[in-house]
Write a protein that binds this ligand. Structure first.
Ligand SMILES: Nc1ncnc2c1ncn2[C@@H]1O[C@H](COP(=O)(O)OP(=O)(O)OP(=O)(O)O)[C@@H](O)[C@H]1O
Ligand SMILES: [Mg+2]
Length: 500
């Protein structure tokens, strides 16, 4: 119970006509606003989503239609309310929503009249409309029930006969104020916006566009194809180890990718992979919430890193659950996220590794740094997660380990030694040093003489040969063992020495 209320609190509800104008300034653009509406459709089981740009000069309209579950009348009226839900509520883990605002704030940011048509399976179509001019005139939050003829026509054209929702924006003053139906330049600008929306959707929803339950996204009848920032289907794309970071009872999955060198991609693929903002601006972390992209490449202010040419091949996927919205400062527009302080160190560590591999690939034009298609990287140390606890184990299947174990006369002693190493690895000390003096931490063999690295590589190579592999297969396998792919010149030296 609130304390010290006093006897007669004054009632001061928001002034409707003023507030609606302020609600227009949440920082959306047309594409992010439409994506916020698409979130609602996706959570409500839509398998098809159509964005429609209708050109008519100042009388233009934009609509978005889905074949999802639709709403009954009570739900529709509540959905139209500004603040339809409390952001502190626990949401269904698949829900893209948080604030109870998106439908309204996204729409108001682009238009002065938004009409929602909705129908549940077996039900009738229901309609409600906010008209900002009407709210301004009456200074009341009164929902209209009658659509304009144009909105009704668009709903008729786009709505699924069985079920679904159509949202129509009219009086789209921010896009078409002063536009003339006869003016080709105005029309071109309007259609360019449509293309930007298509490209934005291709990125934001790319993971929903493929796979078994793929959703079809259309822009005016044209299917939008996904934009995969990681070129995951390309053999030359490097996948660094996936890490699962526990945070407040949830797991954040981080999957770093290093994209192929320019010389490994055909021109069209290279151009497309550049994305809307170009290669440089698309490097860094990609933050997904429920597999929906929020941030498409940013170093998140970590260590003051800036987007620089030689790191442009590093793209790191981060998957968040919606239960951590508050910690990651997810905003209403769903287009920004900020990592919590406690995770920044981990992200710096992962980012540093991806950046260093990206830099090597960028500067080793054409070098074979990449394992063959379908082959997994092999690491000596493995990160394990169990009951939300992270610990590290030495990979017993590493060939050098196998070979030593095979020839060891006292196996129990060796096993005891390995366990001891694993249990006493000074993680806190390493972490503290890394945090306090990040520039002092070096990567594997970073300051080692090449002859020494070569000797270690040769030992692993010999172990692989003695496990029964041919020399050329052993060399191929060797190129999968971290950190050897970082030293293509030494792999080449072994190849030459063995006359392969
Ligand atoms: N296309 C749709 N199909 C079914 N229900 C919808 C649709 N669009 C909106 N709704 C309903 O309207 C409600 C309000 O949507 P709105 O986008 O304003 O808020 P939210 O999704 O709850 O949170 P956020 O502000 O984070 O988007 C939703 O919770 C949902 O129940
Ligand atoms: Mg929403």
């Amino acid at each position: 119970m609130t304390q010290n209320i006093g006897s007669d609190p004054d009632l001061a509800p928001p002034h409707a006509s003023n507030l609606v104008e302020s609600l227009r300034a949440f920082g959306y653009d047309t594409a992010t606003a439409l994506a916020d509406l698409a979130d609602n459709s996706l959570f409500h089981q839509a398998s098809k989503l159509i964005v429609h740009f209708h050109w008519a000069g100042e009388g233009s309209a934009i609509a978005i239609a889905d074949n999802g579950n639709g709403m009954d009348e009570v739900t529709l009226i509540n959905a139209m309310r500004v603040g339809s839900r409390n952001p502190c509520e626990t949401r269904d883990p698949n829900d893209f929503g948080r604030f109870g605002l998106g439908l309204k704030t996204a729409s108001f940011s682009q238009c002065r009249r938004v009409t929602v048509f909705t129908k549940r399976k077996g039900g009738v179509q229901l309609v409600r409309c906010w008209d900002l001019d009407f709210i301004s005139e009456t200074n009341e939050w009164r929902l209209l029930r009658t659509p304009s003829p144009l909105a009704a026509k668009l709903a008729d054209k786009l709505s699924d006969p069985k079920q679904g929702t159509v949202v129509v924006w009219e009086k789209i003053d921010r896009l078409t104020a002063g536009n003339d139906t006869e003016n080709d330049t105005d029309e071109d600008a309007f259609l360019r916006h449509a293309e930007l929306v298509s490209a934005h959707f291709a990125a934001v929803f790319h993971r929903m566009m493929t796979g078994r339950n793929a959703v079809g996204f259309f822009l005016n009848e044209k299917l939008i194809s996904p934009w995969d920032p990681f070129l995951a289907d390309e053999a030359a794309t490097q996948r660094l180890p996936v890490e699962k970071l526990p945070y407040k009872g949830h797991i954040i999955e981080v999957a770093p990718f290093v994209l192929p060198h320019l010389s490994k991609l055909d021109a069209e693929l290279h151009r497309r992979a550049a994305g809307l903002r170009g290669w440089n601006a698309h490097q860094g972390f990609y933050i997904y919430r429920n597999r929906r992209l929020l941030v498409a490449g940013d170093w998140l202010g970590l260590k003051g890193w800036r987007q620089e040419e030689h790191y442009k091949l590093a793209r790191i996927r981060v998957d968040l659950p919606n239960a951590l919205d508050h910690e990651w400062e997810i905003d209403v527009t769903k287009s920004r996220a900020r990592p919590p302080e406690k995770l920044r160190r981990e992200l710096v560590r992962i980012g540093e590794c991806a950046r260093s591999v990206a830099k090597r690939i960028y500067s080793h034009r054409g070098s074979k740094l990449v394992p063959a298609e379908g082959e997994e990287r092999v690491f000596l140390w493995e990160q394990m997660v169990k009951h939300n606890q992270v610990f590290y184990r030495i990979n017993r299947d590493h060939p050098l380990m196998k070979s030593v174990r095979g020839s060891c006369a006292d196996l129990p002693k060796l096993s005891a030694l390995l366990r001891l190493i694993e249990e006493t690895i000074p993680v806190p000390l390493i972490t503290i040093t890394d945090r306090e003096k990040p520039d002092l931490t070096i990567g594997p063999f970073e300051t080692t003489k090449e002859t020494e690295i070569f000797e270690v590589m040769r030992q692993v190579f010999t172990s692989l040969c003695s496990s029964g592999l041919s020399k050329s297969d052993a060399l191929l396998r060797l190129s999968h063992f971290e950190p050897f792919p970082r030293f293509p010149q030494l792999l080449q030296a072994i190849k030459e020495r063995e006359e392969l």
